[in-house]
Design a protein around this ligand. Structure first.
Ligand code: SF4
Length: 660
């Protein structure tokens, strides 16, 4: 039998949790009490008591053009998609839009949305006891059958906890009753779900289009047959790609490393294999788009030209976990683009993927889209391009009217280090591309680099400075009297070793080393026309800790939330001192997670999550990296990484003979 919310509360407030935890739970109590008082009346309270006093009230109003408003029926499966960042970021997320339309297309289900309220709204909601609500029906998200979070970025984890608190849903899965919704997660961070494992009932690994249909079927049966929460979790664990963390328990040795992972004797797979859509042409893709009230970070409709990237950059997690490359048919893409524009009124279409320049029919696709969309003055954008003059040619084709900046991801300053990371880009490629860009009318270029990559030396940092100097020289020669307009932006991130990559074994540079490297670049790039920026090194440290973290970090996350950590991905909110205190209070060491070289034989927290690429392949690739050797990409030669051998999927290219 499930417990009532009051029983849960009484149990949760036992003194063993300590004073500070109890104090924090006041939000939970307030929300439970007041949300029941205001059930059905949230909208009125929000409109009269909250919206007049917050910035950008339109973030919380719902009712956008194309938003789906279904009537609530008892037997429907009700899903709320929860995005742990602000509205403007969440509204630009393609995955969320796909799931929104897919679920709403089913008659037996409905889908609504909620986003993390900005801090002013959050405080007012706590103050007034208003629970987190959905934008479509203004219902508390506690009322839904499923709350689905997107695990997009490690630094949004604290926001997930805040959203659960604000909803009055117990934070930990073990504390939820049959009356609480099923709290589910998916997205790229699901490939190492352990730091957040205790907060979710189910975590879906891999492509979501088919998995979400299985989830709806599961919940529909659970509702119809009156299953308990436990029964639902048992059945969920039988579905491929569904990870139920409560059926797994890591055991640690005296050094803090994982000794073993104890799986429930009956429930859950030994390894949870990712879900993968074999044929994107058959996969669901919406031809409608929500049109937001507040300008999102990317104000455009998106078509996904391909999924996966076969290049094999050794630092790139997305490149490995979304293998193999699968391209969509160009005619289908045309239809989707036209329908999206017609149904939304947007004036820009973005061709998205991890590397859209690699799409084997990219030139003809762009040309036909320009022809078909140009009449209505709809423009195109290609957010990810290769560093070569072909890309510049393509960019000038699609940016004939307004030239936005060109971005080139070089990642490393020397040929040697680019071989280590398997980035197939040469300095000649870059110089030729920038030369073509200057000739085509561009004055500004942006360069991306990473510091702290494995085997990096001062020569590699000097290489970054050298590249920038060469580009300035090229600018002087090509731009002539217009040289005053030349702008070279250099953006430098810190290397974060990610799970499911050949560099998952590597250490991140400690902050004092990162600081020295950043200072070196700052000093040497003080040149006219050059703008240098680098990522906050402590945010990169937290990212590294949580990317490869284990289940013990859930305590740290809870403590960090108690201390006030929120919106950690936002510079103005990130407070490293609070994080340091949270780690200290929980007796855990950040360095253990971020600055330690991991043995090949060590059991990693994510080893039971199967991305398809074998650990042996990652070890081999790591060794190839140390030898500074190149590995061909999927399109050149299959290296038998494991994905196409072990999963029911193959690389799909629209032009079979396409070479990189
Ligand atoms: S099995 Fe081969 S083609 Fe498939 S993803 Fe791996 S390397 Fe690429």
């Amino acid at each position: 039998m499930g417990r009532t919310p009051w029983e849960t509360l009484l149990r949760r407030s036992r003194p063993v949790f300590g004073y500070e935890f109890w104090e924090c739970d006041i939000i939970y109590i307030q929300v439970v009490v007041l949300s029941s008082r205001w059930r059905g009346n949230v909208r009125k309270v929000v409109e009269t008591k909250l919206l007049p006093y917050v910035t950008k009230p339109a973030r919380y109003m719902g009712g956008e053009y194309n938003a789906v408003q279904k009537t609530w029926q008892p037997e429907q499966v009700k899903v709320v998609l929860a995005f742990p960042d602000v509205y403007e970021i969440g509204m630009a997320h393609l995955g969320l839009q796909i799931l929104y339309w897919l679920i709403n297309d089913r008659e037996d289900a409905l889908c609504e949305r909620t986003y993390m309220p900005w801090t002013d709204m959050y405080q007012l909601m706590v103050q007034e006891g208003v629970p987190l609500f959905s934008l479509e029906s203004f219902r508390p998200i506690r009322d839904f059958d499923v709350v689905g979070f997107t695990l997009q970025y490690e630094l949004s984890y604290t926001n997930i906890l805040h959203m659960l608190k604000l909803s009055g849903i117990p934070i930990r899965s073990k504390d939820r009753t049959d009356l609480d919704p099923l709290v589910v997660a998916g997205g790229p961070c699901a490939f190492n779900p352990e730091p957040v494992a205790e907060f979710f009932d189910v975590i879906v690994v891999g492509d979501g289009e088919e998995a979400v249909l299985d989830l709806l079927d599961l919940v529909r049966r659970a509702k119809a047959e009156g299953w308990s929460r436990e029964q639902t979790l048992i059945e969920a664990a039988k579905i491929p790609g569904f990870y139920v963390p409560s059926f797994y328990e890591p055991v640690y040795d005296a050094t803090g490393r994982i000794k073993s992972l104890n799986k429930h004797p009956e429930h859950g797979a030994a390894r949870v294999q990712k879900r993968v859509v074999a044929d994107l042409d058959q996969a669901y893709f919406p031809t409608k788009a929500l049109v937001p009230w507040v300008e999102p970070v990317h104000d455009r409709v998106m078509i996904e030209v391909m999924r996966g990237c076969g290049r094999g950059c050794r630092f790139c997690q997305a490149g490995f976990v979304y293998r193999p490359p699968r391209e969509r048919d160009p005619c289908l893409l045309q239809e989707q683009a036209l329908a999206l524009v017609r149904n939304s009124g947007y004036e820009e279409v973005a061709l998205t993927s991890l590397s859209s320049g690699d799409y084997s029919e990219i030139a003809s696709l762009v040309q036909s889209l320009i022809t078909n969309l140009g009449e209505d003055r709809v423009s195109l954008s290609l957010p990810s391009l290769r560093v070569d003059s072909f890309s510049v040619g393509l960019a000038s084709e699609i940016q004939k009217v307004r030239k936005s900046g060109l971005t080139f991801a070089m990642e490393a300053g020397t040929e040697r280090l680019r071989k280590v990371i398997n980035k197939q880009v040469t300095e000649e490629d870059l110089l030729a591309a920038v030369d073509a860009a200057f000739s085509a009318g561009w004055f500004s270029v942006k360069l991306y680099f990473m510091l702290g990559l494995p085997t990096e030396t001062e020569t590699d940092l000097a290489g970054i400075v050298d590249i920038v100097q060469k580009l300035r020289q090229l600018g002087r020669e090509r731009l002539g009297s217009r040289v005053g307009k030349l702008r070279i932006s250099v953006s430098v991130a810190t290397f974060v070793p990610k799970p499911h990559t050949p560099f998952q074994f590597c250490a991140q540079d400690p902050p004092e080393v990162v600081r020295k490297k950043q200072d070196y670049l700052r000093r040497h790039l003080r040149m006219k026309g050059v703008k240098f920026s680098c990522h906050n090194l402590e945010q990169s440290l937290m990212e590294a800790v949580f990317a490869r973290g284990d289940r013990r970090l859930s305590r740290v996350l809870e403590r960090a939330v108690e201390l006030g950590c929120v919106f950690d991905g936002w510079d103005e909110h990130f407070d490293y001192k609070l994080w340091a205190r949270a780690f200290q209070d929980c007796g855990l060491d950040m360095s253990f997670y971020a600055h330690r070289v991991r043995d090949f034989a060590e059991i990693n927290p994510w080893d039971h999550i199967d991305s398809g690429v074998s650990k042996e392949f990652f070890i081999k690739e790591y060794q190839t990296a140390i030898e500074e050797a190149h590995s061909p990409g999927c399109r050149e030669r299959c290296l038998l990484c494991g994905v196409c051998q072990d999963l029911p999927v193959r690389m799909r290219l629209v032009r079979k003979s396409a070479k990189e």
